[in-house]
Design a protein around this ligand. Structure first.
Ligand code: BES
Ligand code: MN
Ligand code: ZN
Length: 498
């Protein structure tokens, strides 16, 4: 959908549907003051009929409203006036957007509640609105031969504001949010695609396609042969059980000064995780096509960086492989040597994410990173600890952890930090190698992070475990998280976020 902003009087604006907010208790708030007298009277008398109370998400469609130029007026309940926020506006508008997508109106205009007084709250409100609307409009029907698409899809939304300064803040938010939403949609689609289509080679090709649209983004992919030369014995051991060649995708975005150190994002790109010889149970195993969501979020984030031409350097690294049982696959007890030289005893072949990530994290050193953030659907234990709402955050640097925590909070894509220390690390002691790839009973998310921590001592590093937040289990759809959190962090580093 296209988003625009305009300074105008809402009653005179030409649109198929003018959207006005109503607070609980049928209070139109300051919006009424923005309409001429006859229009305000008409809205007031409609409210008196009591078909809408103002509860969040309620809608009421009015036609041929006196004094209003628009074909329709949609009243949308915004909830309690005193709890109006960017987030509450966005969630109130969720249903309205899908209704408008299903009805005959193709364009709409929302009067931004005048109660948003300062530019930073307007920025957040417009941004969250776009992210929510795009979330509502996203469909994945690539693999259906008959597409069930609306007859009159909503294709344009204008956000009406009362001043030039307001409009400037909103315009900036629209630019940022549209890039973030496109990045999320790309991440969702890559994730929703099945494992037989979205292979490591497919991911690499898609990443290269994004690179070809931007002169500042160079994309390449290391082959297994090249990885072998680098000594990536951990990554390659996972791929040995698969007929699809592994790839190490590198997306190098240079928007900042040449000498400025990049933020490096490393995303787990397991295009299907059957567990290997430590085979997973078959129930819901299809969901393990989502084991590349970390990688998809990195690709989506790099696309958004390039689209916004952020004035910083960002590198994306996506180790990508399948994890399948096979005669050549890793076996419990096998010992492999990582690129860093550490030997790893593979006690469970289903703990493969850390094996492909550790070599990618060692590879990240060559970019002399300002900070490294890895993103991975790493542990089922994280779903037990934090459920499906909050991403797990672990780090070797407090400032970086706080930065991500704040960014996630700002943009409704939250994470929560878990501890890491030597007591947990010792759970990885191995009888036969430098470390084992599992940490035994208890604290599975933390011991997984401790494993990665052995390979990240040379730089500031944070790990996001998105096992619970990357996709919805029930209706089986990817969420595009944590693209918003990462983009908010990068916008802040670019000094661009409000
Ligand atoms: N990709 C899985 C983690 C996962 C499981 C994410 C379920 C989302 C939902 C990962 O590769 C894995 O299998 N981890 C094991 C680790 C264990 C063997 C130490 C797990 O969590 O069971
Ligand atoms: Mn696994
Ligand atoms: Zn996995």
């Amino acid at each position: 959908m296209r988003y625009l902003t305009k300074v105008t009087s809402p009653d005179k604006f030409s649109t198929q549907c003018l959207i006005l907010g109503v607070f609980e208790g049928r209070q139109p708030g300051e919006s009424l003051g923005k309409l001429d007298k006859s229009a305000a009277t008409a809205i007031k008398s409609a409210l008196k009929k009591r078909d809408i109370s103002g509860k969040s998400g309620q809608t009421l469609m009015l036609y041929d409203v006196d004094g209003i130029h628009a074909e329709r007026v949609m009243l949308v309940g915004l909830g309690k006036k005193k709890s109006l926020s960017a987030k509450s506006l966005a969630s109130a508008m969720e249903k309205a957007v899908s209704q408008l997508n299903d009805n005959a109106a193709r364009d709409c205009a929302l009067l931004m509640p005048p109660e948003f007084a300062d530019t930073s709250s307007l920025y957040a409100a417009a941004r969250d609105l776009v992210l929510t609307a795009e979330g509502q409009l996203y469909r994945f029907d690539q693999c259906k031969s008959k597409k069930d698409r609306p007859a009159h899809p909503l294709s344009k939304m204008t956000l009406i504001t009362g001043s030039r300064t307001a409009s400037t803040a909103v315009r900036k938010a629209l630019t940022h949010a549209q890039a973030i939403a496109s990045g999320m949609n790309l991440a969702k689609t890559l994730a929703n695609l099945p494992g037989n289509i979205c292979t490591p080679s497919y991911l690499a090709d898609q990443a290269k396609k994004i690179g070809s649209n931007s002169s500042k983004l160079k994309v390449s992919a290391l082959t297994e042969k090249q990885m072998e030369k680098l000594g990536m014995g951990a990554l390659l051991s996972v791929s040995r059980g698969s007929r699809e060649p592994a790839k190490l995708i590198v997306m190098d975005y240079r928007g900042g000064p040449a000498n400025s150190r990049p933020v490096v994002l490393v995303g787990k790109g397991l295009t299907f995780d059957a567990g290997g010889i430590s085979l997973k149970p078959s129930a819901n195993m299809d969901e393990m096509k989502y084991d590349m969501c970390g990688g998809a979020s990195v690709i989506g984030t790099l696309q958004a960086c390039a689209e916004l031409q952020l004035p910083i350097n960002v590198v994306g690294i996506i180790p990508s492989s399948e994890n399948l049982p096979d005669g050549a696959a890793n076996k419990p007890g096998d010992i492999v040597t990582s690129m860093a030289g550490l030997t790893i005893e593979i006690l469970n072949t289903d703990a493969e994410g850390r094996l492909i990530l550790c070599d990618a994290l060692t590879y990240a050193e060559r970019f002399k990173p300002a900070a490294v953030v890895d993103i991975a659907t790493l542990t089922g234990a994280c779903v037990v600890a934090l459920g499906h709402h909050t991403t797990g955050l672990l780090a070797n640097d407090d400032k970086l952890a706080d930065e991500l925590f704040q960014a996630g909070n700002d943009i409704n894509d939250p994470c929560w930090r878990l501890p890491m220390n030597d007591d947990y690390s010792r759970q990885l002691d191995s009888n036969f190698a430098d470390i084992a790839n599992i940490g035994g009973k208890g604290a599975g998310t933390i011991t997984a992070a401790c494993f990665l921590g052995k390979f990240t001592e040379k730089y500031k590093w944070a790990h996001l475990d998105i096992a619970g937040t990357a996709w919805k289990s029930g209706d089986k759809s990817a969420t595009g998280r944590p693209v918003p959190m990462l983009m908010q962090m990068l916008l802040r580093r670019s000094k661009l976020a409000e």
